[in-house]
Each structure stands twice: as structure tokens, then as C-alpha cells.
Design a protein. Structure first.
Length: 396
């Protein structure tokens, strides 16, 4: 007989400032980025005996470079945790960081763990080029290298062609489906930068961001305080000649890491801290790959139903900004969600989208926003390439 699931608390959550592609964090290995946020969590909870941590789960999308060989376990060792603390790496592409949080929360809820760490890491700057093995030895012809930074590569020819289009072209499809104009996308992108810049100026990120050793990066590197609608309007479409998606209204390529400390009641007592929030419900859904940006619509509806929560009761929503067209399309399909509570401190267009870390970042953001408010219910959701989505409800 299965006992009643235990309550799962998010005790703390940290992230690095996110660096731009080839920017301030490009010289830092992904396993070192991950180790840094693990160490920070422990430093912030001095009463926690690290040996009490039952598992560490980290999301990572690439896995082809320096994060190979299970970056979660490597980070545990590099952070100086006891060798008895295990680690596992999970991959649900852009949702990997949130997938790690959901899996860790499930383990705590079922009694398989009392204290766990979950998060994610990605260095898109350091993602390698890969060379497939040739069909036969000693090939005489030139061989093709593939970049592992982003998107499809080495596509299976059995996949329908419409499923494997570039992600930006998918954003064009999604935007066209919901009539999202270029002007609306640029205005949304501008708001993301302004909200993120304001949040940093007002100290709203002080509680959740931690420095990267040896790097001077006082805030997210991609925020552009001085951008304007005119500047954004001058950018050319990036994916279709007559399209609306540009480098200015899409998320950039980034480096960064995030980690959350989760516990049950017993673990909470051992840590000796008041939690930020409690995990209420999670959902995962699938959709046609070419419309992956609309995935959060069904995931959000599903998680709200599971939690028994009305959209009108949400205090804050973090909806990952892969593209402005994608977020605006989701909100058009979900008119019950108040746009005023969505990404109040900026989103990925400004902050950045290091793929494996983003799901953990937005979960951490919701937890900290609820803690700042003192009470409420929050939602974190994101679309995932190849047609999936995740959503998570937190409460305080």
C-alpha cells in the first residue's frame, strides 16, 4: 500500500547570472558552473550536513562536450560534496532543468529521498562540434562536422520534414497561427529588457543569484537597457525573408546554471530554514513538433486542473520566452491568464536561455517571488523542442 505523498518544499534556489554566447562565462566549463551553484546552496544552509543529501539531479541538453560523463555526478565531486552523494543527469531538451526538479520532487513525495538538489546547467558557448563515425574505415572524402550548440543535427531521414524545421521557423508558424504581429513581438521584447533591468536595479534578483568564481559578471549579460522599439524594428527577420521573428524578439544563446534545494518535513528540520514555497502539481504534454511553442497551453491547462487552481488565482507566472511570438501565442490561447503577472522581472529574451538551466531558473524565480510576497500561488511553464511542454504549480 502506497502511503500518502509527502509535502515537498523548495527550501532555497540559486542561479548564476546568465552569460551571453562567447561572453563572460564562455571560459567556464559547464561542470564547474554546476558545481558552483551546488556549493552555493550548501554555503547558504550551514546547518545542513551534506551527507544527508539523498540525490542530485541536473538537467542538461547537450551532453556532447565537457558536461559528458553525467554532469550531475561530476558537479557533486567538484563541489566537494561527500562521495556518498549520488548524481544523475536528465534530458528533456529545453525543459531539462524543470524535469530535474519534477523528478526530485517526486522522489521526495514518495519517500525515496528526504533531501535532494535539482537544477540544470548549459554552456552553449562551449558546445563542441561533433564528427559522426564514418560508415567504413579510412574514408577518402571530406566528412561533415555538426554544431551541437542548438537545434536539429544528424536528423533521422524517417522523420517527417515538417517536424524537423529550424526552431525559429517554428516560431514563425506559431506566430502566424495566432496573428502575432512584428510590432507586438518587438514591444514584448522591449518590456522583457526593461523589466529585467528594473528588477536588477531594485535588488529583486539579489536573493537568488550567486557569483561565478573568477568571473566579474554583476548581472545577466544579455539585458539591453538602452534598446528601443526603433532599434528593434530595424532588425531584419532571422528565419524567413518576410517573417516577423528577429534576433531582437527571440531568446539568445547563453551559458549558466541553477539549482534548488528540496526537502520533506524531516529534511526541512535538518536544514533549519523556512522554505520558499511548496510544490503543488506538475504536468507534461506533447504536441506536433513544428508547433512546439504552443506546448505550454495544454500543459498549463493540465496542471491547473490537477492542482485545482483557477488561472485568476495565480499570483505570478513564469512562461519561458523562447520567442516573443511563442509566448504571445500561448497567452492568446489562454485568455484566462492575466498578462500583467507574466514574467514580471523580465524573461529569457533579456535574461537568457541556457537550455538545460532555464526550467530550473523559472522555477526558482516563482519560488522567490512567492517568498517575497509572503503567500500565493505561482506557475512556471516552458515549451520544449520536438514538441513537448512542462508546467509546475508552486504555492506558499
Amino acid at each position: 500500500m502506497i502511503e500518502r505523498p509527502r509535502d515537498v518544499y523548495i527550501v532555497d534556489a540559486v542561479r548564476t547570472p546568465f552569460g551571453r554566447y562567447g561572453g563572460a562565462l564562455s571560459g567556464v566549463r559547464p561542470d564547474d558552473l554546476a558545481a558552483g551553484v551546488l556549493r552555493s546552496l550548501l554555503d547558504r544552509s550551514p546547518e545542513l550536513d551534506p551527507a544527508r543529501i539523498d540525490d542530485v539531479l541536473l538537467g542538461n541538453t547537450n551532453g556532447a562536450g565537457e558536461e559528458n560523463r553525467d554532469v550531475a555526478r561530476m558537479a557533486v565531486l567538484l563541489a566537494g560534496l561527500p562521495v556518498s552523494v549520488p548524481g544523475a543527469t536528465v534530458n528533456r531538451l529545453c525543459g531539462s532543468g524543470m524535469e530535474a526538479v519534477i523528478q526530485a520532487a517526486r522522489a521526495v513525495a514518495l519517500g525515496d529521498a528526504s533531501i535532494a538538489i535539482a537544477g540544470g546547467v548549459e554552456s552553449m558557448s562551449r558546445a563542441p562540434w561533433v564528427l559522426p563515425k564514418p560508415d567504413r574505415a579510412y574514408p577518402a572524402k571530406d566528412q561533415q562536422l555538426y554544431s551541437t550548440t542548438l537545434g536539429w543535427r544528424m536528423v533521422n531521414p524517417r522523420m517527417p520534414q515538417e517536424w524537423t524545421i529550424p526552431l525559429g521557423n517554428s516560431a514563425e508558424l506559431v506566430g502566424a497561427k495566432h496573428g502575432i504581429t512584428r510590432e507586438a513581438q518587438d514591444a514584448f521584447a522591449l518590456a522583457s529588457h526593461r523589466n529585467a533591468a528594473r528588477a536588477w536595479r531594485d535588488g529583486l534578483y539579489d536573493a537568488e543569484t550567486v557569483p561565478v568564481e573568477g568571473v566579474e559578471l554583476p548581472r545577466d549579460e544579455g539585458i539591453r537597457d538602452n534598446t528601443s522599439l526603433d532599434a528593434l524594428a530595424r532588425l531584419k527577420p532571422a528565419f524567413a525573408q518576410d517573417g516577423t521573428v528577429t534576433a531582437g524578439n527571440a531568446s539568445p544563446l547563453n551559458d549558466g546554471a541553477a539549482a534548488l534545494l528540496l526537502a520533506d518535513e524531516e529534511g526541512l528540520a535538518a536544514i533549519g530554514r523556512e522554505p520558499l514555497a511548496r510544490v503543488r502539481a506538475a504536468s507534461v504534454t506533447g504536441i506536433e513538433p513544428q508547433y512546439f511553442g504552443l506546448g505550454p497551453v495544454d500543459a498549463i491547462r493540465k496542471v491547473l486542473a490537477k492542482a485545482g487552481v483557477d488561472a485568476a488565482d495565480l499570483h505570478t507566472v513564469e512562461l519561458n520566452e523562447a520567442y516573443a511570438a511563442q509566448v504571445l501565442s500561448c497567452l492568446a490561447a489562454l485568455p484566462e491568464i492575466d498578462p500583467a503577472v507574466v514574467n514580471p522581472r523580465g524573461g529569457a529574451i533579456a535574461i537568457g536561455h541556457p537550455l538545460g538551466a532555464s526550467g530550473a531558473r523559472i522555477t526558482a524565480a516563482v519560488a522567490h517571488q512567492l517568498a517575497s510576497a509572503g503567500s500565493g500561488t505561482g506557475l512556471a511553464a516552458l515549451c520544449i523542442g520536438v514538441g513537448q511542454a512542462l508546467a509546475l504549480i508552486l504555492e506558499r
